[in-house]
Design a protein around this ligand. Structure first.
Ligand code: UFG
Length: 340
């Protein structure tokens, strides 16, 4: 029988790409989102890519009754929880908002999973839990560092919620995927990143600068102790990242987990500097990205990249797309948005 996967926050950037890959892998998917940080662009894009409209429930995961109803209306075999606020700076300014939203929505998912006889729960975590690592690349055994923002703290706390829930309730199994820096867009250019206002993240800022929406990209810091002085990150293609979720869900549903709670790094294992990324974008797309060096951004870590070997081995997953192809997809998406 076909298994059903609930994708909370499924109308957003990562959720919409994961939804497509789940459908293509043969799962029934239910999408739920409160649309607080997106519009229907990506959900409509998903409909076009897969050729049919999936069940969509507009709801807030902080509303326990709505979550209960959802779990009653559908026989959910696995839930992938994306629904959360994600802006680091905003979380510093509005910690209560972030704690209330990100923590209570996940607690509600865990509670409903439990009261409905158990469920497989995949939590979308982040490399932010490693903070400024002592050693790179980081493995899943590298220590978590004290969070430097309420956002980062919610990722750590939700990981702990899942770990403890799995320990207490054998009917719940959990996987946390720690994403490095997801970038790019679907090759169809029908779904992609849709930041509201001025982008915080590098690639949307690059594409918006290239298309003329922003005047100039500020490269935050060129005096870091790295080969070219700019920060190093592990940029992971969004479709590759989405496929990791399909592998993780299959592992849970097929009973292949080695522990009831598992953690995997989802990255390429390849460090790329900010400057290298900008240069690669210009080269592969044949466009200029106006940029200048600016002071360091508070809270940025110097260098972090993944050791993805555990995910490679255990999930049978590997990042495949080159950074050039990913940057070409990001540009195609920006042009699609601009109607070009
Ligand atoms: N950068 C710039 N200019 C910009 C935007 C970013 O130079 O306009 C640089 C940053 O300084 C950093 C790199 O590009 O060196 C990547 O920055 P992003 O904001 O794209 O990504 P981060 O590595 O800061 O963010 C990631 C995740 C977040 C997570 C955060 C925690 O995207 O979800 O790590 O530190 F919270």
């Amino acid at each position: 029988m076909k298994k059903t996967v609930l994708v909370s926050g499924g109308a957003g950037f990562i959720g919409s790409h994961v939804t497509v890959e789940l459908v293509e892998a043969g799962y029934d998917v239910v999408v739920a989102d409160n649309m607080s940080n997106c519009d229907m662009t990506c959900f409509d894009g998903v409909t076009k890519i897969i050729g049919r409209r999936l069940p969509f429930i507009r709801m807030d995961f902080c509303d326990m009754e709505a979550v209960e109803r959802l779990f009653s209306d559908y026989q959910i075999d696995a839930v992938i929880h994306f629904a959360a606020f994600k802006a680091v700076g905003e979380s510093v300014a509005e910690p209560i908002l972030y704690y209330r939203n990100n923590l209570s929505s996940f607690l509600n998912v865990l509670e409903a999973a439990r009261s409905h006889g158990g469920c497989n729960v995949l939590f979308s975590s982040s490399a932010t839990v490693y903070g400024e690592p002592d050693e790179t690349p980081v493995t899943e055994r590298s220590p978590r560092q004290p969070a430097t923002s309420p956002y980062g703290n919610t990722k750590q706390m939700c990981e702990d919620f899942l770990r403890d829930a799995v320990k207490a309730y054998p009917e719940i199994k959990g996987i946390a995927l720690r994403y490095f820096n997801p970038i790019g867009a679907h090759p169809s250019a029908l779904i992609g990143e849709l930041p509201r206002g001025v982008p915080n993240n590098l690639v949307p800022f690059i594409t918006q600068t290239a298309i003329g929406k922003r005047e100039c990209l500020n490269i935050f810091g060129n005096d870091y102790p790295t080969p070219d002085g700019t920060c190093l990150r592990d940029y992971i293609d969004i479709v590759d990242l989405a496929k990791a979720h399909v592998c993780a869900v299959a592992r849970m549903l097929d009973g292949r987990m080695k522990e009831p709670y598992e953690i995997f790094n989802i990255g390429t294992g390849r460090p790329v500097s900010v400057l290298e990324l900008v240069n690669a974008f210009e080269k592969v797309n044949g466009v200029k990205v106006n940029h200048r060096f600016a002071p360091r951004r508070a809270g940025d870590v110097t260098a972090i990249w993944a050791d993805p070997s555990l995910a490679n081995r255990e999930l049978g997953w590997k990042a495949e797309r080159s950074v050039e192809d990913t940057l070409a997809a990001a540009w195609a998406w920006e042009k699609h948005l601009a109607g070009k």
